[in-house]
Ligand binder design. Sequence first.
Ligand code: NAD
Length: 457
Amino acid sequence: MEVTTLYQKQKTFFNTQATFDVSFRRAALKKLLAVIEKKEDAILKALFQDLKKSEYESFLTEVFIVKNEIKKVLNKLHTWTKTQRVSGSILNYPSQDYLIPEPYGCTLHISPWNYPFQLAVTTVIGAVAAGNTVVLKPSEYAPHTALIVEEIMTEAFSQEHVLVVQGGAETSTELLKLRWDYIIFTGSTPVGKIIAKAAAEHLTPYTLELGGKSPCIVDETAPIKLSAKRIVWGKYVNCGQTCIAPDYILVHHSKAEALTEALIHEIKQAFGDDPQESFSYGRIINKKHLLHLTNMLKDATIAHGGTVNEKDLYLEPTLISQPDLDSEVMKKEIFGPLLPIISYTNEEELKPIINRYEKPLGFYVFTKRNAFIKKIQRDYSFGGGVSNDSIIQFTNDNLPFGGIGHSGVGAYHGKFSFDTFTHYKPFIKKARWLDLPTRYAPYPKTFKVLKKLLGMM
Ligand code: NAD
């Protein structure tokens, strides 16, 4: 069936208001959870086929996150969907004022290849929880996972409710011509701009989950061994293909050598002397992306790693020493296992470097100084930050996950997902038993009484 026909079917289905029923949404999400549990092995297999992720890593960073999100929604949905009473305005006295959560309608979801299960399914959970229908287009670059996602959605939902459409940019382009009630996109900033332009055509609201160059500061007080261990995990999980991975390190010059040695030690601890042989180390998604990454190595001073095996899509965990700020690796988001290390002497040097780039998605600082953490919180704008660890912000569903400026528009996860896909419709029930004369013309010459009444004198 053609996409336009299926889209029309979703519209018709939404208009039946079947999704307005909270027990309908809960039943659908319970089914989704059951299907995911049934197909867990197939999901892990698909992720291995697409990205050579170990089952352990895939469970931790993809399947667990999704299952946890569904369980949270199932626990909280009855509360979230309730109409909320809010206090009224003195101008309207007497009245009862409400916020009524309503679904937007038919939503379009376009997802990337790097966490191809988690990033595709999590947005669907939020949209279904809020009572919307979904058309999801997974990334064509993770085809095995895209297929299992389609299988899962087809088994868990009717096509009028949630539908997966496979394809690449041309499919997205076709889908974007349709008039959606909400669009959520996860991917690169340049494509994010294309999505925003297409959404503007129909004045469709949207969320954009994008990327950027996330800095990682290590100051002179940071515990080196622990910092190195946590940076190595956050950087090399999924082979560095993580939107919030530390992109580059800014280390106090007194600790630069010790940190580099500690990072090398931790890389070896995690992946052995030959990471290509390691069960725990993944692969680059495809040749094109590998080429993009190896191009960044051309003018770089390699402090560790640098081995490439094109046939195996392998790129060793690599440290780059003191790159020029105009070199390839410092021009744009790396999105791979290359980690530039830049040393600084005074804190004043940090801002001009960090502010060369657009507002990042993540921000990391390793330090023992609370005052420095506070300064970072005040002085920089970023999607989400962490002190003394990296990338863990995505695991707490009580925190909104999203960027700012070029790293994204809007946020999701947990209740924030529900809010993203919900229009909170205000409604005032005005009483009939009293009709204060205050607002009606003809107006008095002075407004002293009005000011007194409104508490303005
Ligand atoms: P991408 O922008 O190339 O592709 C993302 C999706 O958009 C895919 O489904 C793709 O088919 C589609 N697409 C590609 N070109 C398009 C076009 N011209 N018009 C419409 N749709 C198009 O991104 P990617 O390579 O899959 O992912 C890497 C980027 O995503 C990185 O920048 C990374 O930081 C970012 N990212 C962000 C998050 C986040 O949560 N903020 C998560 C993962 C990845």
